[in-house]
Design a protein around this ligand. Structure first.
Ligand SMILES: [Zn+2]
Length: 179
């Protein structure tokens, strides 16, 4: 899929979802959104390295997340797997996501260009759904937001229940300048 097509798909999904009551209050209820689409969301005691999976079979789709991870990390994982479901379910029935750090420790690990693209797309989807641009702008308007203030970024991250790092990335991708 072209980048343009992916962006359109994400935009269409978010626009449709914004009418959903689950989008009316922050933080975005990403687990409930997945469930409202008929997807099972389950906690697993995965081995250390695995952060999440998406499995699609005759019985439907299941998102599994690692129960040992922090809440913000779990939320991001669920959003990421939902991204694979919305964007990539024609391409594969199983997506298994390893923790970022673990990826580079795996022996013989190679990241093909294609798989890297899918992961970036799922991450983009996750950022867009957890931090929708329109809701982000509304919150920023409400506070006297200072991009140079670590506390302000943390405060905003708390409202959206994401990590401060995710929030910084999102703001920067939306064109906010940090200098
Ligand atoms: Zn993934």
């Amino acid at each position: 899929m072209s980048t343009k097509k992916v962006e359109q798909k994400i935009e269409t999904f978010i626009e449709g979802a914004l009418d959903n009551p689950l989008f009316k209050t922050l933080p975005i209820k990403v687990e409930d959104i997945a469930k409202s689409m008929g997807i099972k969301v389950l906690a697993y005691g995965f081995d250390d390295d695995i952060s999440g999976v998406l499995v699609i079979n005759n019985e439907g789709a299941t998102i599994g997340y690692n129960q040992t991870e922090s809440r913000v990390r779990k939320r991001f994982t669920i959003a990421h797997e939902l991204g694979h479901y919305v964007l990539h379910r024609e391409e594969s029935d199983v997506f298994m996501d390893k923790q970022y750090k673990a990826l580079f420790r795996s022996p013989g690990f190679t990241y093909t260009e294609e798989s890297q693209k899918l992961e970036q797309e799922a991450n983009k989807f996750a950022a867009c759904i957890l931090m929708p641009e329109s809701l982000l702008n509304k919150e920023i308007e409400k506070m006297e937001f200072d991009l140079h203030s670590e506390d302000d970024i943390k405060h905003l991250a708390k409202i959206f229940d994401v990590s401060a790092t995710s929030m910084s990335f999102r703001l920067s991708n939306l064109g906010f300048k940090f200098f």
